[in-house]
Design a protein around this ligand. Structure first.
Ligand code: PLP
Length: 459
């Protein structure tokens, strides 16, 4: 069906991705190898259940079984359907590589998304009504950490800690709430937070009350894999959830790493003890919260994890952070006020309302017109609500994948200032009409730069 308009729209999207600059910190560009695995015939296969976990154990922080053996050996599995000999070995490779990347005792590569991964962990460990301590959404937490519009928030009782005025976790408040409320889970990990969490400190607090320590590293997993951000599993945490499509640069999906005993998914659900958490999680993913796994996506995850295990990925991760710092510094020089004063990771939160009297949504739309894509974001204590928040959030994973460096970061910060100056003069979105020529000029400059740095798998 070559004349299906869907393919024309995909072609248009390719142009948009090539000509604009992607500053949304949760987006990235996959390699052609990841894309090829994801678009493969593995989508035809049903594989409910799990492959064998035999040989997938760490000995002296190395996997017991080398990859060549994993790719060769066909083992009895825990699947509901036949015809699994290839799928099993692919999923085992994905699990092995994920364990190696994050030094975990076990990996579940089946969650369809980050949200599913989080929900499965809650389901694995909590009873309805149990308490979960997580960060206030307005201070950088994620919707799945207790937003009243989610299913989880209707099942469990979320309690929120916040940030301090300088943008760090309010550890004193976290400790006080943990001791008072005795939550079953303490959750660290955010969508708009620019500092490196003190995992040891939170682990100490968690140990006092026997809580499950859960890190949602959806945003920074690639930085952990690349060695430029601490790994919560090496600081006393029991579980780490993540997406695979943000800094990790894999296909859209979720992943759960855990520490503890690995066991047969066919046996009856074990007691809810911390050492059983890997088995409890496997049960909670399937059949607890999902059906058949997306084996084409799991194959693409395996490819992406393989890429992240290469030495070049360390350089990529370091470059993301270097670029974020350069972009933040130039924005500050240009008069922007930054939440937390700057960044220690790949993320920047700009307080545009405070410095320029321009709300985040208006600024987001104006930047969109010149080909700079980012998103409006609430700031702690924001009164504008989700539709008129006071800030914008941006980050460097995608533009770093394109090969950009400090020089380009400065250029981007300067365009952002030019667009801000236009917003200040225009006052409203309708007012931008008067400045069409100026915006068009910047759009052309953005496009010229973008085309010098081809998008992988598009060219
Ligand atoms: C992006 C994100 C998620 C959700 O991932 P989806 O794949 O969109 O469901 C969960 N937690 C955090 C902290 C995130 O940033």
């Amino acid at each position: 069906m070559k004349n299906d308009p869907v393919f024309d729209l995909i072609a248009e999207e390719k142009v948009r991705q090539s000509e604009g600059l992607e500053l949304i910190p949760s987006e990235n560009y996959v390699s052609s190898a990841v894309l090829e695995a994801m678009g493969s015939i593995l989508t035809n296969k049903y594989s409910e259940g799990y492959p064998s976990f035999k040989g997938l154990t760490f000995v002296d922080s190395k996997l017991e079984m080398p990859e060549v053996e994993i790719a060769k050996e066909i083992l009895p599995n825990y699947r509901y359907y036949g015809g699994q000999r290839n799928v099993d070995r692919i999923e085992r490779l994905a699990i092995a590589r994920a364990m190696e990347l994050f030094h975990a005792d076990h990996a579940n590569v089946q969650p369809h998304s980050g949200a599913n991964a989080n929900e499965a962990v809650y389901w694995a460990w909590c009873e309805p009504g149990d308490k979960i301590l997580a960060m206030n959404l307005g201070h950088g937490g994620h919707l799945t950490h207790g937003s009243p519009v989610t299913r989880s928030a209707n099942i469990y009782n979320f309690i929120a800690y916040g940030t301090t005025p300088d943008g760090d976790i309010d550890y004193d408040e976290l400790e006080r709430l943990a001791l008072e409320e005795q939550p079953k889970i303490i959750l660290v990990g955010y969508s708009a937070f620019m500092k490196i969490p003190d995992f040891d400190r939170v682990a100490e607090i968690g140990k006092k009350i026997g809580a499950l320590l859960m890190a949602d590293m959806a945003h920074v997993a690639g930085l952990i894999a690349g060695g430029v951000h601490p790994n919560p599993l090496e600081h006393g945490f029991h579980v780490m959830t993540t997406t695979t499509h943000k800094t990790l640069r894999g296909p859209r999906g979720g992943l759960i790493l855990s520490m503890g005993n690995v066991g047969s998914p066919l046996k009856k659900t074990p007691e809810k003890k911390l050492e059983n958490i890997p088995i409890l999680i496997d049960k909670a993913v399937f059949p607890g919260t999902q059906g058949g796994p997306l084996e084409h996506v799991i194959a693409a995850k395996a490819v992406a994890f393989g890429e992240a295990l290469q030495p070049e990925f360390k350089d990529y991760a370091a470059k993301i952070v270097e670029n974020a710092k350069a972009l933040a510094d130039r924005l500050a020089e240009n008069g922007f006020v930054l939440q937390g004063g700057g960044t220690e990771n790949h993320l920047i939160l700009v307080k545009c309302e405070e410095a320029f009297g321009v709300d985040g949504k208006f600024y987001e739309r104006a930047l969109d017109m010149v080909g700079l894509t980012l998103n409006a974001n609430a700031l702690p204590g924001d009164k504008g609500g989700a539709f008129r928040p006071g800030g914008v959030r941006l980050g460097t994973p995608a533009i770093t994948t394109r090969g950009m460096g400090v020089k380009e970061m400065k250029q981007i910060a300067d365009w952002m200032k030019e667009v801000m100056d236009i917003c200040v003069k225009a006052k409203t979105e309708e007012g931008l009409d008067e400045y069409k020529a100026g915006l068009e000029q910047i759009r052309q400059e953005v496009k010229d730069l973008a085309l010098q740095f081809p998008v992988p798998a598009i060219g």
